[in-house]
Design a protein around this ligand. Structure first.
Ligand code: SF4
Length: 262
């Protein structure tokens, strides 16, 4: 997850900074297209909810503590990769108290496959120590408190607050949410932080957590970074992205629609 509060976090953040510059992404939009007007945003939200009615956090966890650690480890790697590393990590160090006392080298070896393992090992042991010393061994429930933990920036805090505590304090903006928010013209902001602020303004608060889950799911399955599968996309009629794979969409339009357009 993106990080900005320490030197080690800074290195991870630099390596994973979103590269997409703010640019107009729509093409072929109807006249008067206003991508963030409430009716259009609602249509996008409804289509996502209908397409992914039971989506949930892909990081395996059984407690707020496990979700916190898994989310810190998910920086610059896949959730699948994290899910392969965490069972043994949590088996050996199941609590903040245990992880706080864990030998750093042992942690590094356990999480090596997730990348940036030295920085991540410091972050997760540091977070465990702080949870133990400052919060009585319980993962805190507020944004301000979570942001005091090593390795935790807004995105990680939003994951824990939304997916474990059920609190909509912000919108998780990972690489998928960032990419799709731009493709769907919900934001043109150049950074994850500013994109989150744009989304907060237009998405009803009760939908913040699930919107992120749905968009992440959609970004993995359909709206992939290269050659999005627009022909299978439930948002196709609402999307005017210049990344759209027009040819495949077009081939599947009914013959009548193709004839009328000629
Ligand atoms: S139509 Fe294509 S580019 Fe637009 S959201 Fe769907 S998959 Fe992504």
């Amino acid at each position: 997850m993106a990080a900005t509060r320490s030197a080690s976090k800074s290195n991870m953040a630099k390596a994973g900074a979103f590269k997409t510059a703010a640019k107009p992404t729509h093409s072929g939009a109807p006249k008067g297209y206003k991508p963030t007007e409430p009716a259009r945003v609602e249509a996008v939200l409804n289509a996502l909810k209908k397409a992914y009615p039971r989506v949930e956090c892909a990081l395996h966890h059984k407690s707020a503590f496990e979700l916190l650690i898994a989310t810190i480890l998910s920086a610059q790697t896949t959730d699948v990769g994290v899910n392969l590393a965490t069972p043994e990590l949590f088996r050996r160090f199941p609590t903040p108290a245990a992880l706080a006392k864990a030998p750093l080298q042992e942690i590094e070896q356990l999480i090596r496959s997730t990348g940036f393992f030295r920085n991540k090992a410091k972050s997760i042991t540091g977070a465990a120590k702080k949870v133990q010393s400052d919060f009585g061994g319980e993962v805190p429930k507020t944004m301000d408190e979570l942001l005091t933990l090593p390795g935790v920036a807004r995105k990680t805090a939003n994951v824990v607050l939304g997916s474990w505590f059920g609190l909509n304090e912000g919108v998780v903006v990972d690489t998928h949410v960032f990419r799709l928010s731009h493709r769907l013209d919900l934001s043109q902001a150049p950074t994850a932080e500013k994109t989150e602020q744009d989304l907060i303004k237009i998405i009803p608060r009760p939908r913040w957590t699930m919107f992120s889950h749905e968009l992440i799911h959609h970004g993995r399955r359909i709206c992939v970074a290269r050659s999005p599968k627009c022909v299978d996309c439930p948002l196709e009629s609402l999307c005017h992205s210049s990344d759209k794979t027009w040819s495949t969409v077009w081939q599947h339009k009914p013959a009548k629609v193709q004839r009328e357009a000629k």
